[in-house]
Ligand binder design. Structure first.
Ligand code: PEP
Ligand code: MN
Length: 263
């Protein structure tokens, strides 16, 4: 079902009123985690002013250590929804467990399936049983074929609204968090009609590399970029070291718009 052979035209996935695919750029931005109403409200205003059109924020966080901040749970979802409505932005947030799908669907405009859950097949089937759009992130040890097969699970369960996300894969390079596989963008587009966006934040893990990789993503014809932004990265509850500060995000967005015009 994901195959380009079966469907020649690009799929356009609507997230609220925002189209992803078919030529328009999804600019997804926000903090790694929802931390408080005031904090998210501040960041939402800043990224919206810069031109972001979808707000992100995790309420259920997949952390390497069980002692790290695990997310605010349902109270975080409530904050995310309220802030999204206030700023007229649809919201995307991670769902980690099939048992959370109904709850997250009450608050989110788009599910995120994180890299660690790309092959959680029961979770894929569960989000596939809804019609809410799904942002499916590539696993850090998954091939492009694996990614497309995971998308297939969601499509086969009856949900056609899948957006893929390249977020880097594990490599021997240890100066970056993961290694961004930019070739995944044209590689996916050749094989599938589904939209694909790029997340340079989790791929690089370093704010100094994010602008160049985001520009490269737009030049590679990605359908959008997903960037973590925090106005006080030192105090962020998760992924602070990779967060872009708002002024840097704003100037990057100016560049991306210019680049999109010549594409
Ligand atoms: C995230 O988006 O905050 C996240 C945990 O991403 P990934 O699943 O790509 O690591
Ligand atoms: Mn994160």
């Amino acid at each position: 079902l994901a195959s380009r052979e079966l469907q020649k035209n690009d799929t356009i996935v609507m997230v609220g009123k925002i189209p992803i695919g078919g030529g328009s750029l999804a600019m997804i931005a926000g903090p790694c985690a929802v931390e408080s109403f005031e904090g998210l409200d501040r960041i939402a205003q800043l990224v919206k002013d810069a031109g972001a059109n979808i707000l992100r924020g995790g309420a259920f966080k997949p952390r390497t250590s069980p002692y790290s901040f695990q997310g605010m749970g349902e109270s975080g979802l409530k904050i995310l929804k309220e802030v999204g409505q206030k700023h007229h932005m649809p919201v995307v947030t991670e769902v980690m467990d099939p048992r959370q799908v109904a709850l997250v669907a009450e608050y989110a405009d788009m599910f995120q399936i994180g890299a660690r859950n790309m092959q959680n097949f029961d979770l894929l089937k569960e989000v596939g049983s809804t019609k809410l759009p799904v942002l499916l992130k590539r696993g850090m040890a998954a091939t492009v074929k694996d990614l497309l097969m995971s998308a297939e699970y969601i499509l086969a369960a009856g949900n056609p609204n899948v957006v893929l996300c390249e977020r880097g894969v594990r490599s021997f390079e240890d100066s970056t968090r993961n290694m961004l596989d930019m070739s995944a963008v044209p590689n996916v587009k050749g094989q599938s009609h589904l939209p694909i966006i790029v997340d340079p934040s989790h791929a690089c893990g370093r704010p100094d590399l994010i602008p160049a990789m985001a520009r490269a993503a737009v030049a590679a014809d990605a359908d959008g970029v997903h960037i973590e932004v925090h106005d006080c990265p030192e105090k962020a509850f998760s992924d602070g070291p990779q967060a872009l500060i708002p002024p840097k995000y704003t100037s990057l967005m100016v560049q991306l718009r210019k680049l999109a015009e010549v594409m």
